[in-house]
Ligand binder design. Sequence first.
Ligand code: TXA
Ligand code: MG
Length: 313
Amino acid sequence: MDERVLSPSPRAIARAAEVVRRGGLVAFPTETVYGLGADARDPRAVARIFAVKGRPSDHPLIVHVGSADAMEEWALDVPVLAHTFAARFWPGPLTLVLRRAEGVLDEVTGGQHTVGLRVPSHPVALALIRASGCALAAPSANRFGRVSPTTAAHVRDDLGDDVDLILDGGPCEVGVESTIVDLSGREPAILRPGGVPREALEAVAGTAIPVRATGVRASGTLESHYAPRARLRVVEPASLAPTLASLRAAGTRVEVVAAEAATLYAAMRDADRLGAEVILVASPTEAGLGLAVADRLTRAARASGEDPGVRPA
Ligand code: TXA
Ligand code: MG
């Protein structure tokens, strides 16, 4: 057994909480993907996250808190819509970008005037927050630019001994990252499609919410991100079978991956492990979680050098 990977018994959670309080790094499951967490009030611990991920230090981190009450502690001028979204979607896969309160570390916000907040719904994440008494600054627990981890084994493969402890909560249910909504400006905007569908947000808000590319340094929104090693090719569903046949006829090692949020990242990792040269995916419709899946596929395709121009019919 790997002594850094613990199943989340009460004892293991107490031990992980102690690691966090002492400035260490704990990888923990959330309903979206695994996070690499540290005490969000400890600048040295937060700096270690960036070092381990290999991520530029001006990219902000999401702060994971135990309940919506923490908004008052971390943010200023919290708009009504933030409370409405929090009441409806927290705990859950939604990150709210709000004006930051005084004293929130520059290391966490990337020096910006906003902070991203989220209450995860995974019981192990909530237990770790509660037991440590800390808010957890946590990006996805992968190396910069790679596919997010959805199992403890993915975290171990990516980060090895650079993480102090990994809590193994099994595979993540949602499988893509949280939806990020910017509520710090005049109009709400989706900065990253994710686990809460755009339609659900719009139904609660009673208005359309545009998906906006931001001026903010958000690594998840870089042009090429979420990259497998193989080239990723997205085709219309009707073209899947003929494309597969012609690639195989040419002797190319191909793996077909389903455009399903819950299994997408694990399937990309498996395809890489099997030595695929090309990963082939039928484009999803952009409803529900399909919007987030289409977003990640587009970025992954571009990162792998393919033309991501395919749109669902
Ligand atoms: O589901 C998730 O959101 C996962 C789990 C672990 O909670 N976390 C995650 O973190 O995906 P990360 O760091 O890999 O991606 C978070 C994205 C980054 O692109 C970051 O730049 C952006 O959120 N972000 C964080 N704070 C922000 C802010 N104040 N303004 C704009 N973007 C922000
Ligand atoms: Mg990430």
